[in-house]
Design a protein around this ligand. Structure first.
Ligand code: NAD
Ligand code: MG
Length: 384
C-alpha cells in the first residue's frame, strides 16, 4: 500500500490521479489533498477518499471548506506554509505535484527534504530550479518520477538501460491548435481558439503553453534535469497524432520509443506504481486505426517561445526561472485578453534581456528572481 499526497487534486492531473486511485484502492491510499480555491470539489474528494488532511491555498475559502468537513475528522489547513508542512507527514510515501506553476517549488523542496518520492507533474519546479531540485533529490536519495507523458515515455524506455549512455532524446510535440500557422495568422488568434487542444484536455495554463510551444520549451528544460543531458542532446519533433510519446537514441544508434493513445492516466499510474506496472482498462492503441504516423520539424521562427526556452537552457543560471515567471504572467494576461498571442513571446524576451542574470543562484535568489520578473512583466502588460 502506498500513501499519497496529491497537490492540486481538483485539476486535470489531480482528478485523473484520483481515478487511478479509485481503480486501485488495494494499492493506493490518499493521505493529503490540496487545491487552490475549489472548496466544494476538494471537500467531496476528501470525503470520498477518507483522507487525513486537506489544504486550500485561498484563505477566503478556508471557512467554507472547514464547514463542509465539520462532520468529519479530516484536518483542514490553508496557505503555502501549511502545504509545505503537510507533505512531510510520516505516513506519506509519495507526493504527486499536480499543482500548476511556480507554486509547486516550495512544497516539492519540503517533500524531498522529508525524503518523499516525487511523482512530478509540475514541470515548472524543474524549470525554475532544476539544479537545486536534482541535487536535493540525490542528497536525500529520493526518486523524481516523471508524470509528463514525454518524460514518462523516456523514463520507461530507460528501464534496464541506466548504465547505457544516451546519445540523444527526441521529445514529441503535437504542434497544438496552431500547427502550420504563420506569424501573420497568429496576431489575432483568441484565447478560445488557443484553448482548443487537438489531442489533450488539460488545465488552461498548460493548454495555452501547448498552443505557443512554450510547453515543449519547458519540457526540454525539464528533460535536461530529469535525465542529466546537455541541450545539444535534446531534439523536438512535431508528431500531430500524439501516439509516440517520446524517443531515446542510445550510443549504438538504436532508438526506443514508448507509444500509446494520449491518456495521462497511464503516466500518472506508472509514476505512482513504479517500479511495478499494474494492469489497467485504459483504451488500447490499434495500429490499424492510425495508418499514418507523421513527423515534422517544429517552426521556431513562428513559435518563438520554444527558441527562447532553448536560449534559457543555454544561458543557464536563473534564466529559465526568468523565462518561467515571465511566461506565467504572459499567459495570465493573454487569458484575461490583456495582451495578444504573439505579445507573450515579446514579453518573455524582454524579461530575459532586462532581469538581472545570476550565474549560480541559491534558493533565495530564485525566489527573488521570480518576484522581480513578475513585477517587471506585469508593468510591461500594463504598458501595452
Ligand atoms: P489545472 O489548472 O487543471 O489544475 C491545477 C491544480 O493546482 C488545481 O487543483 C488547482 O486548484 C491547484 N493550484 C493552482 N494554483 C495553485 C497554487 N498557487 N497553490 C496551490 N494549488 C494551486 O492544471 P493541470 O493541467 O492539472 O496541470 C498541473 C501540472 O501538471 C502543471 O504543471 C502542468 O504543466 C502539468 N502537466 C499537466 C498535464 C495535463 O494533461 N493536464 C500533462 C503534463 C503535465
Ligand atoms: Mg507533456
Amino acid at each position: 500500500m502506498k500513501n499519497i499526497a496529491i497537490l492540486g487534486s481538483t485539476g486535470s492531473i489531480g482528478t485523473q490521479a484520483l481515478d487511478v486511485v479509485r481503480a486501485n484502492t488495494d494499492k493506493f491510499k490518499v493521505e493529503v489533498l490540496s487545491a487552490f480555491s475549489n472548496a466544494e470539489l476538494l471537500a467531496k474528494q476528501a470525503i470520498e477518499f477518507d483522507v487525513n488532511t486537506v489544504v486550500i491555498q485561498e484563505e477566503s475559502k478556508y471557512e467554507t471548506l472547514k464547514n463542509l468537513l465539520a462532520h468529519t475528522d479530516i484536518k483542514v489547513f490553508c496557505g503555502e506554509q501549511a502545504l509545505a508542512d503537510v507533505v512531510t507527514y510520516d505516513s506519506i510515501s509519495i507526493v504527486l505535484t499536480a499543482l500548476v506553476g511556480y507554486a509547486g517549488l516550495r512544497p516539492t523542496i519540503s517533500a524531498i527534504k522529508a525524503k518523499k518520492n516525487i511523482a512530478l507533474a509540475n514541470k515548472e519546479t524543474l524549470v525554475v530550479a532544476g539544479d537545486l531540485i536534482t541535487k536535493l533529490a540525490e542528497e536525500n536519495d529520493v526518486h523524481i518520477l516523471p508524470v509528463d507523458s514525454e518524460h514518462s515515455a523516456i523514463f520507461q524506455c530507460l528501464a534496464g538501460e541506466w548504465h547505457n549512455p544516451i546519445e540523444k532524446i527526441i521529445l514529441t510535440a503535437s504542434g497544438g491548435p496552431f500547427r502550420g500557422k504563420k506569424t501573420e495568422d497568429l496576431i489575432q488568434v483568441t484565447k478560445n481558439q488557443a484553448l482548443k487542444h487537438p489531442n489533450w484536455v488539460m488545465g488552461a495554463k498548460i493548454t495555452i503553453d501547448s498552443a505557443s510551444l512554450m510547453n515543449k520549451g519547458l519540457e526540454v528544460i525539464e528533460a535536461k534535469w530529469l535525465f542529466n543531458l546537455q541541450a545539444s542532446q535534446i531534439d523536438v519533433i512535431v508528431h500531430p497524432q500524439s501516439i509516440i510519446h517520446s524517443i531515446v537514441q542510445f550510443n549504438d544508434g538504436s532508438m526506443k520509443a514508448q507509444m500509446g493513445l494520449p491518456d495521462m492516466k497511464l503516466p500518472i499510474q506508472y509514476a505512482l506504481a513504479y517500479p511495478q506496472r499494474i494492469s489497467s482498462d485504459f483504451p488500447r492503441f490499434n495500429f490499424i486505426d492510425y495508418p499514418s504516423l507523421t513527423f515534422e520539424q517544429p517552426d521556431l521562427k513562428t513559435f518563438r517561445n520554444l527558441a527562447l526556452a532553448f536560449e534559457a537552457l543555454d544561458k543557464q543560471g536563473n534564466m529559465a526561472c526568468i523565462l518561467n515567471a515571465a511566461n506565467e504572467i504572459a499567459v495570465e494576461a493573454f487569458l484575461k485578453d490583456q495582451i495578444g498571442f504573439l505579445q507573450m513571446s515579446d514579453l518573455i524576451e524582454t524579461c530575459m534581456q532586462k532581469i538581472t542574470f545570476i550565474a549560480n543562484p541559491n534558493y533565495d535568489e530564485y525566489v527573488n528572481t521570480d518576484k522581480e520578473t513578475r513585477i517587471f512583466a506585469a508593468s510591461l502588460v500594463a504598458s501595452i
